[in-house]
Design a protein around this ligand. Sequence first.
Ligand code: PLP
Length: 282
Amino acid sequence: MTGIRVAVVQDGAVRAVDPEQPVFSAFDLGPTRGDGVFESLLVQGGVVHKQLAHLDRLDRSARLMDLPGPSREQWEELLRVLTEDGADGDAVLKLLLTRGVDGQSAFSAVGTRAPLPAEIGRQRRDGIRVLTLTLGLPADLRGGAPWLLGGVKYLSYAVNMAAQRHARANGADDAVFVSLDGQVLEGPTSTVVWAGDGVLRTPPTATGILPGTTQQLLFRAAAERGWRTETGPATVAGLHAADGVWLVSSVRGAAEVTALDGVRRRTDPGLTARIAALTGIG
Ligand code: PLP
């Protein structure tokens, strides 16, 4: 399998392993409970994009779940091992940290590299149709309920994947979660960004959404070039009224929303190209 690599941190050492070999025990709390955290990183031209931001967020997610793990140096070494063959094609890296096997190991740490899926190029180029779906929680609930793991990139993404399947089964490409009280939250694997009246906006992380590294980079780069940026609540009606709406994430970059809940949106390829350039992805 070309472009595929797997590496582990085991007994304090980082090593590449045969990608065909299992790296988790059948009793590991990662696969059995979804008890762990992860990061997805983009490699472009052989260079890992936003490495520092991803390792910072991995540390934060692990801390919020009382999860021990490798040192920063070991994670950096793992990323080096995954990319050391110098392959310059675009790729996706995943870092996985689980709670290991009860009573046997404090954690399991694994990294993978795989080629960038072709679908990503299509989404960057043609945009995406989005369906809004309720998450069934008030927007202010997760801020005061740490056990719900708001803002933590934990492994249990079954609901997020089910939301994407539901969207696809209903004529869309992806979903956006909305709170019980009608606030726009985030995509199952992306941050929502919209533009209106010359301001670039995104929902507040106080709603329990994941702090997006792509959105943060985009807003910093945009502000440096004189754009106004704001964090604030939005409704689905607000997204319909916006000049442009994008789902942004590390692997996808920026994908313009071309239809929302079956209603076609006017699109602005020039603006999307500027947003994409600001993310440095694509
Ligand atoms: N929100 C969720 C739930 C995600 O899973 C992701 C990406 O994986 C994002 C937002 C976007 O985060 P980032 O830009 O750091 O990839």
